[in-house]
Each structure stands twice: as structure tokens, then as C-alpha cells.
Design a protein around this ligand. Structure first.
Ligand code: SAM
Length: 266
């Protein structure tokens, strides 16, 4: 069958990365694992071997028959023919997400599960190396952006391994990396930080709208506020107005959101 580019079908053919993924996922026998895009089932097989109960969500109907044939009626596997972006994870109880993600929808899928009212306990994901580097970019790194903050707001992320592009068929243009994301026990929107995700991301998006400019310019232009007012809000949040969005820490963004909130309400 011809691989479908629009579905990000770069199938893993190098099995040496599989034990690394399985170890990183810390799978306990009987746990529920959501696998997005099982493809030919190379990772599915290892997840089942590790004792997981696997929900394998595959969008491509042409791959379903092959998967059913390969795994027969394994009672620990449920193959679901669906777009994972539409899968309702709240029908599960506890679960982990382990996947070699289709590159073209990796970011929206990561956000979907982190923003869910039923977050996964853990995510171990293969993504494009550039995407992984954006996700873990620390303050001061020009790769830091909205994607970084949309992960950092919800959990800890680290790169576990890089995977060369020749590990896939067809071979993609770029290398991949495995990332592990562990959602925080206490959600930032809850008692600990008391910040509304909606407001937080409005401020983050405004800050990154003109990434190369100083933060006060980007915020003032996007939020249509006088520069002096924005400078005052930044100073009250202990952030130098000349900084750039990429220099701000998660705490800076949270402080800034809170200062905005209190100034709106006063
Ligand atoms: N897990 C296999 C492997 O490691 O070789 C396949 C990985 S391949 C990078 C991505 C898989 O995700 C393909 O099987 C593709 O058909 C599937 N896919 C693409 N978009 C999807 C979506 N929105 N929901 C579920 N599966 C999707």
C-alpha cells in the first residue's frame, strides 16, 4: 500500500528505539494506553507485550484490516477507526498516551490531551526533532514560543532520545525525537497558581505576536493598549519591558496574566 503523506505516514522500521519508548512510558501490567496512529502495529506489539491494555486509534481505514489480521482477537487491544483529534478521552479512566505521532497533527494532539479535563498520567511521543526542541526550549532560547508555553503550563517535558530519519519508511526530511511529558499533579489553573488558562494564553499569544520586538511593543500592539500602560503592567509583574517574549519564564507569564487580570477588574 502506498503511504499517505497527508496522514504523516512515515512508518518506523528501526526497532531499536522501541525498548526506550516502552521504558520511558513506565508501563504497569493492566494499564490503559492510548496509541495514536498504530499504522502497521510495530509499537502496538511492544505495548501489548509490556502488558498494556491498548486503545489504538487509527484514522486510515486502509490500515485497519492489516491491524486486525496482525493482532487477531487480542482481548487487550481495541482498534478504533477514528481521527484522534475527535476521540473522547473522558470516556476512559486513567490512561497514558504513547505514540509515534503523525507529524502534521502532532502539536494539536499534544494540546488536546494536555487541555483535557481528563489529562493522561504521562505522554511518551515521537515527534519531529524541531518540534521536540521547541517544546523543551528554555528562556533565552529563540525556539521558545507558544507551543513551549502550552506544554510548560501543564507539565514537565524532556527529550528522551533522538531518532535518525533513516529509521522510517518512507524516510522523512528531518530527524525525530522522543519526548516525555508528565502533567503536573496540581493544575496551574487550580488553587496553586489561580490563573485562568484562557487569559494566560491570550497574554502569551499577544506577547509572541511580534516575537523579535521588545515585549512591551508586542503586547501594546496586539492588545491595543497604550505603551505606557503596558510598561507599567510589566514593571508591576517584575518584568523588564525591554525583554523579548522568548526571555520570559513560565512564572513571568503567570505573574503578567495575574497583573492584567487585577488591572481589568480594578
Ligand atoms: N505507529 C506507526 C509506526 O510507528 O510506524 C505509524 C506512525 S505514522 C508516523 C502516523 C500514523 O498515524 C499513521 O498510521 C497515520 O495513518 C495515523 N494518523 C494520521 N493522522 C491521524 C489522526 N488524526 N488520528 C489517528 N491516526 C492518525
Amino acid at each position: 500500500m502506498k503511504p499517505k503523506k497527508r496522514l504523516g505516514q512515515n512508518f518506523l522500521v528501526n526497532e531499536s528505539i522501541l525498548p526506550i519508548i516502552i521504558t520511558a512510558a513506565e508501563i504497569q501490567s493492566g494499564e490503559t494506553v492510548l496509541e495514536i496512529g498504530p499504522g502497521t502495529g510495530i509499537l502496538t506489539k511492544e505495548l501489548l507485550k509490556a502488558g498494556a491494555k491498548v486503545f489504538a486509534i487509527e484514522k486510515d481505514f486502509d490500515l485497519i484490516a492489516g491491524l486486525t489480521k496482525k493482532f487477531g482477537s487480542n482481548k487487550n487491544l481495541k482498534i478504533v477507526h477514528q481521527d484522534a483529534l475527535w476521540f473522547d478521552e473522558t470516556t476512559l479512566s486513567e490512561y497514558k498516551v504513547v505514540a509515534n505521532l503523525p507529524f502534521n497533527v502532532a502539536s494539536p494532539l499534544i494540546r488536546k490531551f494536555l487541555e483535557s479535563s481528563l489529562q493522561p498520567q504521562l505522554m511518551v511521543l515521537m515527534v519531529q526533532k524541531e518540534v521536540a526542541e521547541k517544546i523543551v526550549a528554555k528562556p533565552g532560547n529563540s525556539e521558545r514560543g507558544i507551543l513551549t508555553l502550552s506544554v510548560e503550563f501543564y507539565g514537565d517535558a524532556k527529550i528522551i532520545a533522538t531518532v535518525l530519519k533513516n529509521s522510517f519508511r518512507p524516510q522523512p526530511k528531518v530527524d525525530a525525537a522522543v519526548i516525555k511529558i508528565k502533567p503536573y499533579k496540581v493544575h496551574p489553573g487550580s488553587v496553586l497558581w489561580r490563573v485562568e488558562p484562557k487569559l494566560f494564553f491570550r497574554i502569551v499569544k499577544a506577547g509572541f505576536a511580534a516575537k523579535r520586538q521588545q515585549i512591551h511593543n508586542s503586547l501594546a500592539a496586539t492588545l491595543r493598549l497604550p505603551k505606557d500602560q503596558v510598561k507599567d503592567l510589566l514593571t508591576r509583574s517584575s518584568i523588564g519591558p525591554a525583554k523579548r517574549a522568548e526571555d520570559l519564564t513560565l512564572e513571568d507569564w503567570i505573574n503578567l496574566s495575574k497583573t492584567f487580570e487585577s488591572s481589568i477588574n480594578s
